[in-house]
Design a protein around this ligand. Structure first.
Ligand SMILES: [Zn+2]
Length: 316
């Protein structure tokens, strides 16, 4: 079930994590604006192939364009969960064509971030109805500065905005499958939803789970460590040993891996909370390496241990 990450993109992500570490105590300007991981990640997607992995039934996952994209095919058409980065359009179109001739009917966004939704406009242009949480539409429609990415996202074009939105839950039947969408409440952002293909028992949990990597918390649109833990507890309760769980980033995983992530998040939060309560400053906490025992496993992607400690400190 596991697949290797593209070694080239891994190297670039590690480089961008280093830049994040160098920049995070400094005000965003000049040099660091240029070094935004957003620019790096878009550049990487432009070069990366898009690969496909079969999951179960008519469900597949596409890798190589930012976040993991799930594709569901059948006689009524295709449904995508997330659209990836717009620079991957031609490569994704080719992979979709290889999965069947049926037209694209639906796109569901797990949240508003560019590496999951910047392909919305072209997917919508292919005829797909775009479904998302109301906050995904709200965030895509406006200009947003994400300070920790040192990047300002302009408002999305009208064609990229979700046309069907919901506040809490939405269930649809498509290709004979029951697809349940559920809002987590504020977690990684204020717009995160899960998408559960109930008969196939495949659950896309968006960026509430980065399998094998420290997650990002987007404080500019409502992310919190508390919310991430709440969402992760909910994910753990929802799945069984048979559920195929698609994270926002990292390889497709299972319940045991999800539990390991939940335990890591909980322990890092508890430790940093205690240090902060004792009066330690952000610099002191980061210098104390509170994530040390986890860094070899979790700190080698976009967010390294120092940066994750920084995010958690500011969130407790
Ligand atoms: Zn995200």
């Amino acid at each position: 079930m596991n697949k290797q990450a593209n070694p080239i993109s891994r190297r670039t992500f590690v480089a961008s994590a280093g830049m994040l570490t160098a920049g995070f105590f400094l005000p965003a300007r000049g040099l660091f604006e240029d070094a935004s991981p957003v620019t790096t990640i878009i550049g990487e997607a432009a070069k990366s192939p898009v690969t496909v992995q079969k999951l179960r039934g008519n469900l597949s996952v596409l890798d190589g364009s930012g976040g993991n994209i799930v594709v569901f095919t059948g006689p009524e058409g295709k449904l995508m969960v997330d659209a990836g980065i717009d620079v991957s359009k031609e490569k994704i179109k080719k992979v979709l064509a290889g999965l069947g001739k049926e037209p694209l009917k639906y796109l569901v966004n797990t949240h508003w971030h560019f590496d999951h939704a910047s392909g919305n406009e072209w997917v919508h242009g292919e005829g797909a109805t775009v479904v998302a949480h109301t906050n995904t539409k709200k965030n895509l429609a406006r200009q947003i500065r994400v300070d920790d990415w040192r990047y300002t996202f302009p408002p999305s074009p009208a064609g990229a905005l979700p046309t069907v939105t919901f506040a809490k839950d939405r269930t649809m039947t498509f290709n004979g499958e029951t697809i349940r969408m559920h809002y987590y409440g504020p977690a990684h952002t204020d717009s995160d939803i899960s998408v559960h293909f109930q008969q196939a028992d495949v659950l896309h949990v968006g960026d509430t789970w980065w399998n094998g990597h420290y997650p990002f918390l987007d404080f500019n649109t409502g992310g919190t460590i508390e919310g991430m833990l709440r969402a992760t507890d909910e994910n753990v309760k929802r799945v069984t040993g048979k559920t195929i769980i698609v994270p926002g980033h990292g390889p497709v995983g299972n319940k045991a891996q999800l539990v390991e992530y939940r335990d890591m998040l909980g322990e890092v939060k508890t430790r940093i909370e205690a240090m902060k309560k004792q009066g330690q400053s952000l610099r002191e906490v980061v210098a104390g390496k509170p994530t040390k025992r986890y860094d070899d496993k979790w700190g080698k992607f976009v967010i390294n241990g120092d940066f994750f400690a920084n995010l958690v400190y500011r969130s407790v």
